[in-house]
Design a protein around this ligand. Structure first.
Ligand code: ADP
Length: 497
C-alpha cells in the first residue's frame, strides 16, 4: 500500500493540510480560512481555538478526500506563520489570551524604548534580529504584564509559551510534547542563534521565565506522535519549520548562495549562507534556515510586508481590476517607463528600511495617467522592493547564485520578466509551487527514511520556466533610480498626521 506524508501548513489567513506521496507529488489538499481580529488600530489577533479547529478539520478532511486509510499516513510535519505568540495553561491546554499575530504593532513603544537604551547591537549579535514588534519576545512580555495573573502563573511553571507550531504540537499530541524547532526559535528574540540555546541574558531583559519555553529540536526530528483519536492512527511528527524556511527547503536551496523569494500577501527573500551566521550591515535578518543532525544552516532574510497585498488593494480597495490576474494584460499594454511609482507602505516599510511610520504614496501622476499605469506601477513596486533587498545583500558582499520564486503572484509572467529585468538576474519558477508544505513534508520524510538524502530531494526540483534579463543596464538603472527617489521622498514626508 502507498505511503503518504501529511503536511500541516498553518498560515496567517488560513490553515491547510496536504497529503504528499513518496514522490513528493500532491495527493489531496484541504483548506479553511479563519477570522482575523483587529481589537485596536495596529493590533492583530487570532483565536487559538480557530487555529486548532481549522487544523484538526483540514487534517481529517484531507485523509477523507484522499480516499486513503489513516494508517497509510506514515509521518507528519508542521509549518506555520512565524513569530505569532500563544501562552496556554499546562494543566488544561486553554490559552490565557488570543494569539498575538506577527503583524501586531502593540509593543512598538516598548521596542522604541529598547532602541533608545542602545540595545540593538546587543540583541542583534545574539539573535540576528532587529528590535521590532514583529518578533515574539515583546509579545510574550505584553501577555505577562497585561493578562491578570499571567506572570504569577508563569513563574509557578503553570503556563507554556509557543509559536503556532508548538501550540499545535501540544494539542496534536494530547499535551505530551512541548517542543519547537530551531527555525521557529530563531524568530523569538530569545534564542541565541550561535549557541543554539535560549539566551539567559535575553530572558532576563524581556522578563520571560525559562519554564515557559519549549525545548528546541532540529527541524527534522522526533517531535512525538499525533493522538490516534484525532485522525484514526498514531502518526509521528518528524518535521517542523517556520513557513519561509520551509519554502527555502521545499525549493531545495541547500547550497550556499541559493535563494528563494515567496510572493504572497507579503514577500520574503531568503538566502542560504551555509554554516555561517553572516551579520548584515544593511538591516537584513540573520536567521536559522534549517537544523539537521544538530548542525544549523543559516540564512539572510529580507521581509517585505506588502507584495501581492498591493494587487488586492488595487482590486478590492480601488476596484481598478476585478481579478488579480487582470493585472497581467494591463501591464503588457503599458511601457515600463511610464513614470508612475506606487509605494505600498500601508503598514510602514520592512527591510531594508524598517520604517514603521512610513505610509503609502503614488508619485509621478500626470493628466494622462490611467488605470493601466497605476496597476503596472503596483506590479513593479513588488519588483523594485526585491531590488532593494538585492542591493542590501550586495552591499553585504553577497549575490544569490540562483533565485527561485513561489507564492500566488508568480502565476503572473509579466511580473517575473520585469523582476528578472530589474534585478539583472535569472528567475526560476518551479513546477511545484506549494513549496512551503512540500518543504516540511521533505523534513518529515527525511527522518522517516522516505527520502534518502538532500541530493535525492534536489533531483525532484523541476523548473517550469526560467526568466532571463532582456533590459539594457541603462534602462534598468534609470527605472530603479526613480524608485529610490520616490522612497526618499516618502521617508522625508513627515507632514502626514
Ligand atoms: P498568501 O499565502 O500570503 O495568502 P498566496 O501565495 O496565496 O498568498 O498569493 C496570493 C497573492 O497573490 C494575493 O495577494 C494576490 O493579489 C496575488 N496574486 C494572485 N494571482 C496574481 C496574478 N496573476 N498577478 C498578480 N498578483 C496575483
Amino acid at each position: 500500500m502507498s505511503q503518504y506524508i501529511l503536511a500541516i501548513d498553518q498560515g496567517t489567513t488560513s490553515s491547510r493540510a496536504i497529503l504528499f506521496n513518496a514522490a513528493g507529488a500532491i495527493h489531496s489538499m484541504s483548506q479553511q480560512e479563519f477570522t482575523q481580529h483587529f481589537p485596536h488600530s495596529g493590533w492583530v489577533e487570532h483565536n487559538p481555538e480557530d487555529i486548532w479547529n481549522t487544523v484538526r478539520d483540514t487534517c481529517q478532511d484531507v485523509i477523507r478526500k484522499g480516499g486513503i486509510k489513516a494508517s497509510q499516513v506514515v509521518v507528519a510535519g508542521i509549518t506555520n506563520q512565524r513569530e505569532t505568540t500563544i501562552i496556554w495553561d499546562r494543566e488544561t491546554g486553554i490559552p490565557v489570551h488570543n494569539a498575538i499575530v506577527w503583524q501586531d504593532r502593540r509593543t512598538a513603544e516598548y521596542c522604541e524604548s529598547l532602541t533608545e537604551q542602545g540595545l540593538e547591537s546587543f540583541i542583534n549579535d545574539k539573535t540576528g534580529l532587529l528590535i521590532d514588534p514583529y518578533f515574539s519576545a515583546t509579545k510574550i512580555r505584553w501577555l505577562l504584564e497585561n493578562v491578570p495573573g499571567c506572570r504569577e502563573r508563569a513563574e509557578q511553571g503553570k503556563l507554556a509559551f509557543g509559536t503556532v507550531d508548538s501550540f499545535l504540537l501540544w494539542r496534536l499530541t494530547g499535551g505530551s510534547s512541548h517542543y519547537t524547532d530551531a527555525t521557529n526559535a530563531s524568530r523569538t528574540l530569545l534564542f541565541n542563534i550561535h549557541s543554539q540555546e535560549w539566551d539567559a541574558d535575553l530572558l532576563e531583559l524581556f522578563g520571560v521565565p525559562a519554564s515557559l519555553l519549549p525545548e528546541v529540536k532540529d527541524s527534522s526530528d522526533d517531535f512525538g506522535s499525533i493522538d490516534s483519536d484525532l485522525l484514526g492512527a498514531s502518526i509521528p511528527v518528524f518535521g517542523i519549520a517556520g513557513d519561509q524556511q520551509a519554502a527555502l527547503f521545499g525549493q531545495t536551496c541547500f547550497k550556499e548562495g541559493m535563494a528563494k523569494s515567496t510572493y504572497g500577501t507579503g514577500c520574503f527573500l531568503v538566502l542560504n549562507t551555509g554554516g555561517k551566521a553572516l551579520k548584515s550591515e544593511h538591516r537584513l535578518l540573520t536567521t536559522v534556515a534549517y537544523r539537521l543532525n544538530g548542525v544549523p544552516t543559516y540564512a539572510l532574510e529580507g521581509s517585505i510586508f506588502v507584495a501581492g497585498g498591493t494587487i488586492q488593494w488595487l482590486r478590492d480597495g480601488l476596484k481598478l481590476i476585478s481579478m488579480a490576474s487582470d493585472s497581467e494584460p494591463l501591464a503588457e499594454q503599458t511601457p515600463v517607463d511610464h513614470g508612475v511609482y506606487l509605494l505600498p507602505a500601508f503598514t510602514g516599510l520592512g527591510a531594508p528600511y524598517w520604517d514603521p511610520n512610513a505610509r503609502g504614496a503614488i508619485f509621478g501622476l500626470t493628466r494622462d495617467t490611467g488605470i493601466k499605469e497605476i496597476v503596472t506601477a503596483g506590479l513593479q513596486s513588488v519588483c523594485y522592493q526585491t531590488k532593494d533587498l538585492q542591493k542590501a545583500m550586495e552591499r553585504d558582499g553577497l549575490r544569490p547564485i540562483a533565485l527561485r520564486v513561489d507564492g500566488g503572484m508568480v502565476a503572473n509572467n509579466w511580473v517575473l520578466q520585469f523582476l528578472s529585468d530589474i534585478l539583472g538576474a535569472t528567475v526560476d519558477r518551479p513546477k511545484m509551487v506549494e513549496t512551503t508544505a512540500l518543504g516540511v513534508a521533505y523534513l518529515a520524510g527525511l527522518k522517516a527514511g522516505i527520502f534518502a538524502s538532500l541530493e535525492a530531494l534536489e533531483d525532484q526540483w523541476q523548473c517550469d520556466r526560467r526568466f532571463s534579463p532582456e533590459m539594457t543596464k541603462g534602462n534598468r538603472d534609470s527605472l530603479y533610480d526613480g524608485w529610490v527617489l520616490a522612497v526618499n521622498r516618502l521617508q522625508s514626508d513627515r507632514t502626514t498626521p
